[in-house]
Write a protein that binds this ligand. Sequence first.
Ligand SMILES: NC(=O)C1=CN([C@@H]2O[C@H](COP(=O)(O)OP(=O)(O)OC[C@H]3O[C@@H](n4cnc5c(N)ncnc54)[C@H](O)[C@@H]3O)[C@@H](O)[C@H]2O)C=CC1
Ligand SMILES: C[C@H](O)[C@@H]1OC(=O)[C@H](O)[C@@H]1O
Length: 251
Amino acid sequence: MNLLAGQTVLVTGGASGIGRAIALGAARAGADVAVFDKDPAQALVAQIEALGRKALTVTGDVAEPGEAERFVREAVIALGRVDVFVSNAGICPFHSFLDMPAEVFERTARVNLHGAFHMVQAAANAMVAGGRGGSIIAVSSISALVGGEFQTHYTPTKAGVHSLMQSAAIALGRHGIRCNSVLPGTILTDINKDDLADEGKRARMAARVPLGRLGEPDDLVGPTLFLASDMARYVTGAALLVDGGAFVNLQ
Ligand SMILES: NC(=O)C1=CN([C@@H]2O[C@H](COP(=O)(O)OP(=O)(O)OC[C@H]3O[C@@H](n4cnc5c(N)ncnc54)[C@H](O)[C@@H]3O)[C@@H](O)[C@H]2O)C=CC1
Ligand SMILES: C[C@H](O)[C@@H]1OC(=O)[C@H](O)[C@@H]1O
């Protein structure tokens, strides 16, 4: 289904994992796509162009002030407009709490929360200037709702991103801009490759999922495109768990 025909979708952290899957999914749904990542995404651009869509890769660090405006500006120059913005770039350097170096905490907050704030603000300004409204989706996490022993620096950033979408939904509703978050459970990507190399932990995480498996990046595509599209035209300020049921599985 061409859910996003004629639309332009911007994705941060689009070079790999969940962001890459969403970028490709958006192109398959008919959108032109721009991705921002610390790593170049030339192969992804070629894949999107092979689908007959336009694509752009912009390299930079979401934590750097000014990069958000540059990304959105370059995307508008190359692709003409911003209809959908997916704030996805994030890091999770697993670390114990009592000896957490200040710089690990600071960097995680700068990338995951400050980066998301600046990106969403820049995208929203472009949408307001375009006068056509838009849809913003932030990739938060099940970790916005539950804790992790080695994620004391990370889970507050994901709660922050979830909260950012709620407040932005209020601030931007009058401009026809919807703001929602997706909350993935455990999805197999580079971010947790080392952590889940521990077979015991991987089995415990999988056992918690009523649908019987850990997630894959493609599991996020449908929920994100739904929120991006007009099918969700009356949905804003919402948070959609995409976790195979892990969150509700207490006993
Ligand atoms: N994999 C999982 O189990 C879950 C992931 N998430 C979130 O999903 C998002 C995507 O993560 P994954 O796809 O899993 O990991 P990933 O490591 O495969 O992808 C993250 C992408 O963000 C980019 N990135 C990282 N720091 C950046 C920076 N400072 N500036 C620009 N780009 C940067 C990376 O280069 C990479 O392409 C993150 O926000 C993460 O917190 C949320 C819940 C679960
Ligand atoms: C990186 C982790 O495996 C992943 O990140 C999240 O946000 C999930 O809660 C998982 O813990």
